[in-house]
Design a protein around this ligand. Structure first.
Ligand code: AMP
Length: 418
């Protein structure tokens, strides 16, 4: 039996893999320019970190985690998201004792046991940022703007920013009671009633038309914010407006992770079908304390790389489609092969992407490989050329060929490719 990739995963193969790495790099670039530094945390963590940090009642924790005992009897979980691990690292290494805010970015895989479909996988990749330790609405605006800049830099156009505030421990409990009273008056099934008792905000996220129809007049959190939360939200929106970031108010936006409070947002794209969220984030001021750390505020996002690639494809935007190499070496015979190997090494050292025909191929096969490589130039080297101390430089776009002294090949190509 031949093996296939596990259900819900996929292999990232060339040439599409180039789009994936380009998306990852381009989404992170605005954060790097804003002083965010790279962090990498383990792919698995203590299971309790996610249970406490992300929230026991969330689908992510209660249904979707890859949890396993290791041989030492510890319960470990493949990270379903990265913020809890980053916060754990910030606390463990006391990064908060230095310059604040602690600004971090990361990129890597996450794992959720979800029902696979297009855009929803069990192994998926996120790029994320976190700004920790300073409570300033301007940081919320910065974080949101970094994502917008990343999408724009990729050439993505049809994305929308959905924005809301989820309040804080001062005003959310009161709103929760108002919401529960409202939900109690609706015609809901047993399961949904139970959810309304445990986590009423989740009911707002119920996609079923019969539920949505009854929610037309539902009281919103935004209308019940306490004064500090309302002022905070106003300040975030004012700063976003200043820098030309547009958003849609989304008073019913609910996210799948419990730690969010105050500013909360999601980026959606119309070209993805059911899985329209390409990224999301928000403020998580309670997270640090909930996992045993000091009282630290924080705001961040995670953008889905897999879905961003799909969104770009839906818009017909090509990214990362540069040729595999610029110059391709075609050596004819063993002596030429040795010389070409050195020449290609020198081309690479000069910053030129170069490859050569390995395996002692003949002229015809090697020229075919040169064409397939996407290179602009082939360097052909035969015995006669070696004797004359030269190489043949062939422009693969128009077929023009010139002889160039061997010791000037690198300089000549540098000039032609600049
Ligand atoms: P979340 O961590 O749930 O806020 O998700 C942030 C982003 O990660 C989403 O907007 C998606 O783009 C991406 N994402 C989350 N879950 C999946 C999944 N199962 N498959 C692919 N992408 C995902």
């Amino acid at each position: 039996m031949a093996f296939v990739a596990p259900k819900g995963t996929y292999d990232l193969l060339p040439p599409e893999a180039a789009a994936f790495t380009a998306v990852r790099e381009t989404l992170a670039r605005p954060a790097v320019l804003a002083g965010y530094e790279y962090i990498e945390t383990p792919i698995f963590e203590d299971t309790a970190l996610f249970a406490r940090g992300v929230g026991e009642s969330t689908d992510v924790v209660s249904k979707e985690m890859y949890t396993f005992p290791d041989k030492g009897g510890r319960s470990l979980t493949l990270r379903p998201e990265s913020t809890a691990g980053v916060m754990r690292a910030v606390i463990e290494h006391r990064l908060y004792a230095g310059q604040l805010p602690v600004k971090l970015w990361y990129a890597g895989p996450n794992f959720r046991y979800e029902r696979p479909q297009s855009g929803r996988y069990r192994h998926f990749t996120q790029v994320g940022v976190e700004a920790i330790g300073v409570d300033d609405p301007m940081l919320d605006a910065e974080v949101v703007a970094l994502a917008v800049e990343g999408y724009r830099a990729l050439g993505l156009r049809e994305f929308r920013l959905l924005l809301t505030s989820l309040g804080d421990p001062a005003c959310r409990p009161q709103y929760r009671a108002v919401l529960q009273a409202f939900l109690a008056g609706l015609d809901l099934d047993e399961d949904t009633r139970r959810r309304a008792e445990l986590n009423p905000l989740r009911v707002l996220d119920d996609k079923r038309p019969e539920v949505q129809a009854q929610l037309a007049e539902v009281p919103t959190m935004v209308a019940h914010l306490c004064r500090p939360c309302a002022e905070h939200y106003d300040a975030v929106r004012a700063r976003l407006a200043d820098i030309g970031v547009q958003w849609d108010e989304a008073p019913r936006l609910v996210r799948g992770l419990d730690y969010y409070m105050r500013t909360t947002f999601e980026f959606v794209h119309g070209g993805l079908g059911a899985q329209s969220a390409v990224g999301g984030g928000g403020r998580y001021d309670g997270l640090s304390a909930s996992i045993g750390g000091p009282d630290l505020t924080g705001i961040g996002w995670a953008l889905g790389v897999d879905r961003t690639v799909l969104a770009l494809r839906a818009e017909g935007v090509g990214v990362g489609v540069s040729a595999r190499c610029q110059v391709y070496g075609v050596p004819l015979g063993p002596v030429a092969a040795g010389l070409m190997f050195s020449l290609v090494t020198r081309l690479r050292a000069a910053g030129i992407a170069a490859d050569l025909a390995y395996g002692g191929r003949g002229l015809k096969g090697a020229m075919k490989a040169a064409d397939r490589s996407g290179a602009a130039y082939a360097v052909v080297l035969g015995d006669h050329d070696i004797e004359a101390g030269q190489a043949q430089l062939k422009d693969l776009r128009d077929g023009a060929q010139v002889a160039v002294p061997l010791d000037t090949v690198v300089a000549t190509l540098q000039e032609k490719l600049s």
